[in-house]
Design a binder for this molecule. Structure first.
Ligand code: BGC
Length: 742
């Protein structure tokens, strides 16, 4: 009988999912008419499985029982076709046979690990970023997933916060473009294709503004700040068609976001008309009790469902509380129906009612991994993510024929550290991952002798390995050092009050530098670190973040000049912890900064230079670029008119290379104090030596607009500066124009 029902159900939904349209609603409504309250609430319930494929997929038997009985809508943390298929089969034993959704975190890849998102943002290469998400989406879907909890689009201005590694850095404009690129990448051409997964914009919202950079901490900010800085990447994700949003853990202005009606119900589902799914973060429904916002589970369930959170991740609070809340009339059935409908629509769109196993294909799973084109793409974006911070006397690139090179530091031979945090499914076959040592070895000529010494561990207190390192440095023509953070020093719950290079690694750099040999330092980390001594003394520095599976090859490409570095920092690097938060797009104050003298009426710190160590947008190349011939199409524009900004950029150096030409504006007088500079456009261009390219930027009304005190998005008439540069601090061309009243 059950089988017959399933066949009939399938038959009634046998139109192609790809053609889902208005009839969608009808189908969902028909199904919903058949669902009991318990089954409906089941759709709002998400459980975790065990991370690793070989453990029991789900240990708690009650979860299996709930799946069999239609009390679960989605699962996370189950890897692989075999395991997802197994659980889907359980779901097919349920009365209505509603398929499960399988979701996972694939922050920077699943099997093939890409650079961490902060590193990828340094590439300023939207196509490459989209491609990386596309490949991660393809791999995830081939592993049986329908859903990824990415992209993380939180603006982050505090490098003490461990989760800066997950996002695109500090800038709302760059962050918005990257958010859209990642959404498109994960979701492919359209949901319903078996290589497309549902993407999630997280964490909604302002999680990155946790006070003091302490993870999960309170956020308190003005609404214009929220609208101008923190919301734009989420809006961009919504506009790009993202399927889901995830609540954040923090409270915002006193209200935990999971229970925040203004954010979810009013802004997201209201003003933005978002039709997808809102999922809580792990346990964030129940966290509202710890926040002191609600008294108990009942209060948490009420608050979350009213605010607009559709799925309760792993807390079981919806499952336990919602049935009686509906029965007692404390929440209307239509709230439950609204949430259920959102989820079912996506299941239809994914085609799971046609075939619940359509993502579970053994052949595809086997073939997707180790695809050479994908590996090439991972190496491509890894090299584009590297930022050249310093290169005195053109020490880099190195010749491939150097006789002896000393390779020193704990990251040289490590594999794990390259992958970084959120490489969740590692290890399965670490042999495929080449270390930095191997990458360099593959690159240099047969005549080059490589000497290696670790020197110290990442977080060491001992200097006992220094002697050996000094010894090999002395025997070499040049020294390449690789230092930084351990893979789990930046990430969730990895906030640090001290962001120096950990342990005795900077001591090791000093000891090697003292040998008088030319030294190149690579810093591998998930966040900006503070390394003033190194920055002031060592002649060449590459910021290599955590670059993923292909780190070794990508790093060698840059060191030996097969790739001319083009990365630009997506986040400001401070001079000291005390300077944090520091970001380029801060507002003007009423007072000038300290200069050389200490005086009253000076802003900033009397004991520190006011500028950061390395500014937003900064990154060197092996070549040089000249900017010239800035021309504005008009000196005054009417509202709605487009301003054309034209200039030329010339490669005046010896190497072919890429430059990120950045356009900033400053709204000089406004009803709310505006940032001193705001990135509003950029172009990444490739130039051969001696080549000149013409660049055209179009300044639209939208680019001149901001959310005012009443939260209206307005372009206020008046004077604007236009600044074009190679970084936020290296402005090469400057002009201004007036936006007229009418
Ligand atoms: C994180 C999310 C993640 C979720 C599921 C939470 O702890 O904050 O970013 O998607 O776990 O793994």
């Amino acid at each position: 009988m059950k089988k017959l029902f399933w066949i009939l159900l399938l038959f009634s939904f046998n139109q192609s999912f790809a053609q889902l349209s208005a009839s969608d609603n009808k189908r969902v409504e028909n199904l919903m008419k058949k669902m009991t309250l318990e089954e409906k609430i089941g759709q709002l319930n998400q459980y975790t499985g065990n991370f690793l494929a070989d453990t029991p997929v789900i240990t708690a038997e009650f979860k299996n029982e709930d799946i069999r009985n239609g009390r679960v809508g989605a699962i996370l943390n189950v890897k692989g076709v075999k395991n997802t298929r197994g659980l889907q089969e359980l779901a097919m034993q349920s009365r209505l046979k509603i398929p499960l959704l399988f979701g996972n975190d694939v922050l920077h890849g699943l099997h093939l690990i890409f650079p961490i998102p902060l590193a990828e943002a340094a590439s300023w290469d939207l196509k490459a970023i989209q491609k990386s998400a596309r490949i991660a989406g393809t791999e995830s879907s081939a592993y049986g997933n329908h859903w990824v909890f990415e992209p993380m689009v939180d603006i982050a201005r505090d490098p003490r916060w461990g989760r800066v590694m997950e996002g695109a850095g500090e800038d709302p404009y760059l962050g918005s473009l990257i958010a859209a690129a990642r959404v498109k990448g994960f979701q492919g051409e359209k949901l319903g294709d078996t290589d497309a997964v549902m993407a999630t914009a997280k964490h909604f919202v302002a999680y990155g503004a946790a006070i003091g950079g302490r993870d999960y901490n309170t956020v308190d900010m003005s609404l214009p700040e929220l609208w101008n800085i923190y919301l734009p990447p989420f809006k961009a994700a919504a506009d790009a068609g993202v399927t889901a949003f995830m609540n954040s853990f923090n409270s915002l202005n006193g209200i935990p976001t999971t229970g925040n009606k203004y954010l979810v119900r009013e802004i997201l589902k209201g003003k933005w008309n978002f039709k997808g799914i809102v999922v809580s973060d792990w346990g964030s429904v129940g966290d509202m009790i710890a926040h002191g916002y609600v008294k108990d589970d009942e209060g948490a369930a009420l608050s979350a469902i009213i605010a607009g959170c559709d799925i309760d991740m792993e807390d079981q609070i919806y499952k336990k509380q919602l049935p009686k809340l509906v029965e007692e009339g404390k929440i209307p059935m239509k709230l439950i129906d609204e949430a259920v409908k959102r989820i079912l629509i996506k299941k239809f769109e994914l085609g799971l009612f046609d075939d619940p196993f359509r993502f579970a294909n053994n052949e595809r799973e086997k073939n997707v991994i180790n695809n050479p084109d994908n590996i090439k793409a991972a190496r491509d974006i890894a090299k584009k993510s590297i930022v050249l911070l310093k290169n005195e006397n053109q020490l880099l690139p190195l010749s491939k024929d150097i006789k002896t090179i000393a390779l020193i530091g704990p990251h040289i031979k490590s594999v794990r550290e390259n992958l970084g945090f959120w490489s969740t499914w590692w290890p399965d076959d670490s042999a495929r991952i080449i270390s930095q040592y191997q990458g360099i070895k593959n690159k240099v000529s047969a005549n080059t002798r490589l000497l290696y010494a670790k020197g110290c561990e990442v977080n060491d207190t001992s200097t006992s390995g220094f002697a050996e390192a000094i010894n090999i440095a002395k025997q070499s023509a040049v020294v390449i050092m690789s230092v930084g953070e351990q893979f789990d020093m930046s990430g969730e719950s990895r906030s640090r009050s001290d962001i120096d290079i950990p342990g005795v690694q900077e001591e090791l750099i000093k000891a090697i530098y003292a040998t008088g040999k030319p030294v190149i330092v690579m810093i591998n980390a998930g966040r900006p670190l503070v390394f003033n001594w190194t920055a002031d003394h060592v002649p060449a520095i590459l910021y290599t973040w955590w670059l993923g599976t292909e780190a070794g090859g990508a790093i060698a490409d840059v060191l030996f000049g097969d790739y001319n570095p083009s990365g630009k920092l997506p986040i400001t690097f401070p001079r000291s912890i005390g300077q944090i938060p520091i970001y380029y797009n801060h507002q003007s104050t009423g007072k000038p900064p300290y200069n050389d003298s200490v005086a009253y009426y000076r802003t900033g710190y009397m004991d520190l230079m006011q500028n950061p160590k390395f500014p937003f947008g900064y990154g060197l190349s092996y070549t040089q670029f000249k900017y010239s011939d800035l021309e504005l199409s008009k000196s005054k524009i009417k509202p709605g008119e487009i301003l054309h900004v034209k200039l030329n950029v010339t490669n005046s150096g010896k190497y072919a290379g890429e430059e990120v030409v950045q356009l900033y504006i400053h709204d000089k007088v406004a009803s709310l104090v505006r940032p001193i500079k705001e990135l509003k456009d950029f172009q990444k261009i490739f130039l051969n030596p001696g080549e000149t390219k013409f660049i055209l930027f179009n300044i639209t009304k939208e680019k001149l607009s901001f959310y005012n005190e009443k939260l209206e998005f307005v372009a206020e008439p008046g004077d604007f500066d236009i600044m074009i540069g190679s970084s936020s601090a290296d402005i090469r061309l400057h002009s201004s124009f007036e936006l007229l009243n009418q």
